[in-house]
Design a protein around this ligand. Structure first.
Ligand SMILES: [Zn+2]
Length: 97
């Protein structure tokens, strides 16, 4: 899969991850927002995979929504691979340190 290539690892703070979420949630389906916010509450962090809650092997993604809007999302490698195979348009992926 060619989309998994990353140029350089990036640093991301919890505050930055939370800001990314506050922006992204407006563009996500409401069931996904509920699932992710439950995960954040349990983990006490937004710097985890927004889909499964993993805190290892994280990537900062730029993805394109169905409406053609570009948003950032944090996913682990497994979820990124699954979502990509389900048709998620990944514009960019950077590994988080
Ligand atoms: Zn995951």
């Amino acid at each position: 899969m060619g989309v998994m290539k990353t140029k350089e690892d990036i640093e991301l703070t919890e505050n930055e991850a939370k800001e990314l979420w506050e922006n992204a949630r407006k563009h996500l389906p409401s069931h996904q927002v509920v699932i992710s916010e439950t995960i954040f509450q349990k983990a006490g962090s937004h710097k985890i995979c927004w889909i499964c809650g993993d805190d290892k092997d994280l990537y900062l993604l730029t993805v394109e929504t169905n409406e053609g809007k570009r948003i950032n999302a944090i996913m682990c490698k497994d979820c990124m691979t699954i979502q990509a195979s389900m048709g998620l348009k990944i514009i960019d992926a950077k590994k988080i340190k």
